[in-house]
Design a protein around this ligand. Structure first.
Ligand SMILES: N[C@@H](CCC(=O)N[C@@H](CS)C(=O)NCC(=O)O)C(=O)O
Length: 237
């Protein structure tokens, strides 16, 4: 079912002195940043659909961003953004669905109405999940965010036909994993808190996700991540 593993040589990130790749030349491009969890959603989607040859990665250095990106490509000046069929599409959750419905490759959303219902609930919960955990990083960490992971544990118990949120792998897993990946690393490193302890379904989900090549290749460097989050969340304390 999963497309064969493709090992890519990732292109270098473009900075403010980089020339703009031709716009609307018929090439589909994913403007991304290798460390951005939102962009990672679109990147995983592309890989899961086996679209490595159809969607070219255009990684940006967000700290030293090329001016042409905001001026000519995406006025929101954020990643991800997809250049496709003469237009630019942004917003990572929308992009999971956009890439799923406008390109070939395995479908990322099930037809079963019960699964679609839970899928919608989890889809609309993901921002709240992130907010709870990020807020806890500035407060008491695990004491404040444990319930957010309990919520995932309970959602993962709804369908028995696989270890993923909707049983089989879906776009919902893609929506959550970049954030769970980062939260797991940071909570373990800084708070010595294991998000999988006492949460066997969450543990199994992460383990299965880590077996998916399309995702594995998008994972962020944990050391860089911890440094960046420490700067972001503990600098003023
Ligand atoms: N809601 C957007 C958020 C995207 C986002 O915030 N991306 C960050 C990088 S992780 C960004 O581009 N930040 C640049 C900026 O805000 O100037 C999405 O889901 O795509």
């Amino acid at each position: 079912m999963a497309p064969p593993a493709v090992v890519e040589n990732l292109p270098p990130s473009l900075n403010s002195s980089a020339e703009q790749p031709p716009l609307f030349d018929g090439t589909t491009k994913l403007y991304t940043c290798y460390t951005c969890p939102f962009a990672q959603r679109a990147w995983i989607t592309r890989n899961c659909k086996g679209l490595q040859d159809k969607i070219k990665l255009v990684p940006l250095n967000l700290q030293d961003r090329p001016a042409w990106y905001k001026e000519k490509v995406y006025p929101m000046n954020k990643v991800p953004a997809l250049e496709h069929n003469g237009k630019i599409v942004g917003e990572s959750l929308d992009l999971i669905k956009y890439v799923d419905s406008n390109f070939e490759g395995p479908s990322l959303f099930p037809d079963d109405p019960e699964k679609r219902k839970l899928g919608r609930e989890l889809w609309s919960h993901v921002d709240e999940f992130m907010k709870i955990v990020y807020t806890s990083f500035k407060g008491e960490g695990p004491k404040e965010c444990g319930s957010a992971f309990d919520h995932l544990e309970s959602a993962l118990g709804k369908f028995e036909d696989g270890p993923f949120f909707l049983g089989q792998f879906s776009g919902v897993d893609i929506a959550y994993i970049p954030f769970v990946e980062r939260f797991q690393v940071y909570l373990s490193e800084v708070w010595k808190y294991d998000i999988t302890a006492g949460r066997p379904k969450l543990a199994a989900w992460i383990e299965e996700m880590n077996k998916i090549d399309a995702y594995k290749q998008t994972k962020t460097d944990p050391i860089e991540l911890v440094e960046y989050y420490k700067m972001r969340f503990t600098a003023q304390q």
